[in-house]
Design a protein around this ligand. Structure first.
Ligand code: COA
Length: 186
């Protein structure tokens, strides 16, 4: 099953494609947006990431990145991706949730609104058994969003330093929700 277009009350989530590259360049150029995720990116860095992201979506049916639009305007992107096959997570039945919005769309309930639909899609349509999300321990907005979605903090760990500029605070947290917990909340 390839990625599906998803809709919420305010947003349309469209599987990420080449036509969204310029939006990603704008989003990832903002140092405030990228504060806890490795810092602002140049166009070249975003182009490389974009190609990797699309290749990953081809590899794992149904999962990937979604560009989110509100009244036709790009607001950011939402992620429900397969875990890194080289990571310690068992890949089977799990996916990693993420979100990154343009600053003008923060604090309007949009990250959680889009994420709820992605979680429903993942756990109910795709049959996932667990969704997890990771963030810098200092990323208050991300932690508050994960908690608002019903994910629980399951561990603290040190992030891989190779993904971050020298001097980055590497303390990180993982939140998660199982299909059973999701069902109980519904
Ligand atoms: C994290 C991010 C996506 C949140 O987006 P958002 O649309 O503002 O989040 P929402 O409005 O859906 O808020 C969800 C919950 O988090 C809370 N929250 C959001 N930002 C917050 C902040 N800066 N401080 C405290 N709480 C915050 C909201 O009050 C809400 O809680 P509630 O439902 O209990 O009222 C946004 O801040 C962002 O794009 N940050 C930069 C990228 C990033 O760090 N992504 C996460 C990487 S792990």
């Amino acid at each position: 099953m390839s990625q599906t277009i998803l809709r919420t009350e305010r947003a349309q989530l469209v599987p990420l494609s080449d036509e969204h590259l310029e939006y990603q360049v704008e989003l990832d150029a903002d140092p405030e947006v990228m504060r806890y995720v490795g810092g602002a990116r140049t166009r070249e860095q975003v182009e490389k990431k974009h190609r990797e992201t699309l290749a990953e979506a081809d590899r794992v049916p149904g999962l990937g990145y979604w560009a989110g639009f509100v009244a036709g305007d790009f607001a950011g992107y939402w992620i429900l991706r397969a875990p890194d096959p080289d990571g310690e997570e068992s890949v089977e039945g799990q996916a990693e949730l993420g979100f990154r919005l343009l600053r003008r769309y923060w604090r309007k309930g949009l990250a959680s609104e889009g994420s709820r639909e992605l979680m429903r899609h993942g756990l109910e349509d795709l049959g996932l058994r667990r969704i997890f999300a990771r963030a810098s321990a200092a990323n208050t907005a991300s932690r508050a969003t994960m908690a608002a979605l019903g994910l629980q903090c399951v561990r603290e760990f040190q992030a891989d330093p190779s993904y971050f500029p020298p001097g980055t605070d590497l303390r990180a947290v993982e939140y998660a929700i199982t299909r059973e917990q999701w069902g109980a909340r519904r």
